[in-house]
Design a protein. Structure first.
Length: 288
């Protein structure tokens, strides 16, 4: 018996150390990638690089239009996808009867999350750009990106709502609240940290998407800032791709691409830190 116990402890220690090694390896790979990007791109970062317009065919100047374009697309997609995703999750969790239909819907949502983003781009090109005649624009790109992140927000919101104890609902209903009042005043506040997590994942994904916006929103070079939701825009991820893959002056444009990558990494990190701070803050409020 003692031998078996000792053997299990040794096995457990080996597995624990192996998992720790894998975790450290993942962190080291991530740190190496970030270090490589920052080493190659930090030298071009300056106030002018962030605040100026591009010049001479993207061989000089700054990336202000790309920063604003990415901000507009991310903001538009979150504004569209968040209410749709949250209300869909509320319906599936709180109102819909448990059965085959809901299982099919969940399978469809999970499969939609695995669809390659270029397919969403072709869908956006066919529906928003061509059929609805929105053209290559912020609106078309935002709607396409909203569809890309919708499954993520639905699943995260559904899991957050399901994690709220049923006692919360029962107590609210027993006090005379309606079902909607219970959801709005009790369930949603308790599930808000998990819903914010879904939005965090969505922001992180759409900020770096290239394939969907190539067909629906992005342009390589623009001498003016967008003035409406029907304007095409420069974006950070497409700017990086275009400078590296199709740039005609690589000795000048590749450093700009690395600098753009640094800006994109920093912006995504800041967005995630803000969202994480909000999640922690709401979690503390819910536990008071």
């Amino acid at each position: 018996m003692d031998k078996n116990l000792a053997k299990r402890k040794i096995t457990e220690k080996i597995i624990f150390n192996l998992l720790g090694l894998l975790m450290l390896s993942s962190i080291a790979i991530l740190a190496l990638i970030i270090f490589f990007i920052f080493k190659r791109g930090i030298g071009v970062i300056s106030p002018g690089f962030l605040l100026e317009m591009p010049k001479n065919g993207m061989t000089e100047g700054g990336i202000l239009p790309a920063i604003l374009g990415s901000f507009y697309l991310v903001t538009g997609s979150i504004i569209v996808a968040t209410p749709l995703g949250v209300f869909a999750a509320i319906y599936m969790t709180e109102y819909a009867k448990k059965g085959k239909l809901i299982r099919i819907i969940r399978i469809g949502v999970n499969n939609l999350a695995g669809v390659p983003s270029v397919v969403f781009g072709l869908f956006g090109l066919s529906i928003f750009v061509k059929y609805l005649n929105f053209g290559v624009s912020i609106l078309s790109g935002s709607l396409t990106l909203a569809i890309v992140i919708l499954p993520t927000i639905i699943r995260a919101s559904e899991e957050a709502l399901m994690s709220v104890p049923d006692d919360y609902r029962s107590s609210s209903l027993a006090l005379g609240a309606t079902k909607w009042q219970t959801i709005k005043n009790v369930v949603l506040p308790a599930a808000l940290p998990g819903i914010l997590t879904g939005c965090i994942l969505g922001v992180g994904r759409v900020a770096g998407e290239t394939a969907p916006i190539i067909f629906t929103a992005a342009t390589f070079f623009s001498m003016r800032l967008p003035d409406s939701i029907f304007s095409e825009v420069m974006t950070l991820p497409y700017n990086i791709y275009a400078l590296v893959a199709t740039g005609t002056f690589p000795q000048k444009q590749v450093p700009i691409a690395y600098g753009t990558a640094v800006v994109l990494l920093v912006l995504v990190l800041l967005i995630n830190l803000i969202a994480i701070f909000m999640r922690i803050r709401y979690s503390k409020k819910n536990h008071k």
